[in-house]
Design a protein around this ligand. Sequence first.
Ligand SMILES: Nc1ncnc2c1ncn2[C@@H]1O[C@H](COP(=O)(O)OP(=O)(O)O)[C@@H](O)[C@H]1O
Ligand SMILES: [Mg+2]
Length: 323
Amino acid sequence: MEGNSSPLLQLENVTKTFTLKPLFGSEKRVEALRNVSLRLEAGRALAIVGESGSGKSTVGRAVTRLFQLTSGRILFAGRDIADLTTRADRMRYLSMVQMVFQDPFAALNPAHTIRHHLVRPLALRGLKSAALEAAARQTLADVELDPDMTLDKYPHELSGGQRQRINLARALAVDARLIVADEPTSMLDVSIRRSVLDLMRRLKHERAISFLYITHDIATAHYIAEETAVMFAGQIVEYGPSASVIRNPQHPYTRLLLSAVPDPAVRIVGPSGAESQSFSVDAETVRDFSRRPVGQSREVVPGHFVYHHSDMNPSIGEAALHA
Ligand SMILES: Nc1ncnc2c1ncn2[C@@H]1O[C@H](COP(=O)(O)OP(=O)(O)O)[C@@H](O)[C@H]1O
Ligand SMILES: [Mg+2]
């Protein structure tokens, strides 16, 4: 891959339209992604936050499944992933980019032990017999699981949090450079969510693994991700350093998401600097507004962008922004 000046992952104006052809009635088009541009550096995390249906998982799938985009480009280490045409190139890419799903069972085979799940990818790296066993044990230790207690178990014998650790261990086993974690803690008990996020944070620091952290929970975004992108209806409406987006949200939709956060430590501060917990515009008005196509982005503080709706009535935007 190319020089270190390129970010690890870059999306350039990615648009994805699904066409649904029902048995009866006319064709329907779903614009799942509209002009999405993002960048992620090696060893850093980018959170994609938004409500259900906003297009978050489609971003993850576009990166990990190599499906055809309607328009735009996805670059990995500077190279357009649409150009990975040989089987070897695609296989290599698909091991560097791993997916961790919401359902920790989804990617595990119930008929096989944890040893089997780890030994297979490690063997592909050329390890054999004793070295292979040692590497499997080390990989478990790396995700804070006891090898003796874990290797011979089946997925159903582990807790949800332990299974999610196995999924992360499998990504380590193939030496992933990017992990796309799609709501990785949503199905876990509240009490263990934090420890799984802690593990991902540690892997990011210690292994320089990058994370695309997909979540509907804007409050957890800053915990792991240096940067946060807020999505609504297939578009990015706000994007920037997580602390800035959370402490100084500018787009009405970002404020709406934050107003639903029960954590009182996350305060919403208005553009004037005055604290405004009361967001007075109602949710449907904000959603209707946010559905309009975004045109230009405005940089409110360095690196923090707010997207402006091209056909917006300025008075609506300003009223919502200063509510
Ligand atoms: N394969 C598909 N075919 C048709 N529509 C899809 C497909 N995948 C996603 N969509 C639609 O795209 C939109 C975004 O979906 P998704 O990315 O799953 O949202 P999120 O992960 O934010 O909940 C939704 O309207 C969804 O119904
Ligand atoms: Mg999703």
